[in-house]
Design a protein around this ligand. Structure first.
Ligand SMILES: [Zn+2]
Ligand SMILES: [Zn+2]
Length: 365
């Protein structure tokens, strides 16, 4: 019998509409699957992802080096268009273009209100996408605490111009900020992967007088100069500690930035800072990290060792977009390859193998 009322079956069909998403099923097991399109609860939003990317951290997850729950959609660097808004989210409308940071603070808890947005709710708690909730390598993405995290994209900026702000730029630039790098300070940046390159850009933005990058890969070394390095040292060809000391008149740099997460780079960063200098660490370490007593001056040299997780939230994203908008920061050259979401597993392989001069890959759902 025909009826004019909406039946529960139709409602169910709507709520189980599916989308493509990259699902982690265990170490070395990722594939595109059909999963339900998320629906926003109060204070949440769902965006249709228009551009995203793959992070080095995603590689750690896929290799089983950073544990997440099997069945999780991974990825944490979303640009998109608002698809659906939950109740209580004000000042936005469906269709607005938005950038969402990799870190999505609630904006309400003690950590957030104390200024530690990345540590929302507890250690590393601000990192939710592709860690504790479904992530961005999908056609649609649920954004928690939407009011604090949807950053509208100015009309004059493209998706490609802003996608790398979500994580690597926010993380990289924060190294010099956390170190309180002053105008005319000298800086050394260890490793010029995507985050190290952004750390180099950050040191330049903060006004360093001399930026020494350390990198042996020729493609990355060249990009380091483009991002603001004055000198790039190849750690395979020279003793970088001796060379950095020589370049700074025997003194050492004011700020050393570690952007790899190994004992060797951490130790070298410690060895090249001047007395009273700062080691600003971005790397993700595993196992044990040792501090040798000699470059640590037995703990008596007024050194500072600082760690920072990517700052998130919509105000951080707005500020970073303004840097791009006014020509202070251009990250588009870092996007060396583009893949469709259907081919994302190939993109993981290329990115993981560092093949074909890859720096970052853009993924288009
Ligand atoms: Zn990341
Ligand atoms: Zn919070």
């Amino acid at each position: 019998m025909p009826t004019t009322t909406v039946t529960p079956v139709e409602k169910n069909e709507r709520s189980t509409t599916t989308m493509k998403a990259l699902v982690f099923r265990g170490p070395h097991k990722i594939s595109i699957e059909q999963v339900a399109v998320p629906r926003p609860g109060p204070g949440e939003a769902v965006i249709r992802v228009t551009l995203t990317t793959i992070c080095g951290t995603d590689l750690h997850i896929v290799r089983g080096e950073y544990p997440v729950q099997p069945g999780l959609v991974i990825g944490h660097e979303p640009v998109g268009v608002i698809h659906e808004l939950g109740v209580g989210v004000t000042g936005y409308k469906v269709g607005d273009r938005v950038l969402v940071g990799a870190i999505t603070p609630c904006g309400q808890c003690g950590y957030c209100l104390g200024g530690d947005l990345a540590q929302c709710g507890g250690p590393i708690g601000g990192w939710k996408f592709g860690n504790t909730i479904n992530g961005a390598q999908a056609e649609y993405l649920l954004v928690p605490s939407a009011q604090a995290n949807l950053a509208k994209i100015p009309d004059d900026l493209t998706d490609a111009q802003v996608v790398l702000l979500a994580d690597i730029a926010s993380t990289g630039i924060t190294a010099a900020e956390s170190a309180e790098l002053k105008v005319s300070d000298t800086a050394a940046v260890f490793a010029q992967g995507p985050i190290g390159l952004c750390a180099t850009a950050g040191a330049k933005l903060k006004g360093a007088s001399l930026i020494i990058a350390v990198e042996s890969d020729p493609v990355r070394a060249q990009m380091a100069k483009r991002m603001g390095a004055d000198i790039v040292l190849d750690q395979k060809a020279v003793d970088v500690v001796t060379e950095i000391k020589r370049l700074t008149g025997g003194k050492g740099v004011d700020v050393a930035i570690e952007a790899l997460g190994t004992q060797e780079t951490f130790e070298n960063a410690l060895r090249v800072i001047r007395p009273g200098g700062t080691l600003s660490s971005l790397g993700v370490y595993s196992g044990k990290l040792a501090i040798p007593a000699e470059p640590f001056a037995a703990g008596l040299a007024n050194q500072k060792i600082i760690t920072t997780l990517c700052p998130g939230g919509k105000e951080r994203m707005r500020r970073l977009m303004e840097l791009v908008r006014h020509g202070r920061l251009d990250l588009v050259p870092l996007i060396t390859h583009t893949f469709s979401l259907d081919n994302i597993v190939d993109a993981y392989k290329l990115f993981g193998d560092r093949a074909d001069g890859v720096i970052k890959v853009a993924i288009k759902p």
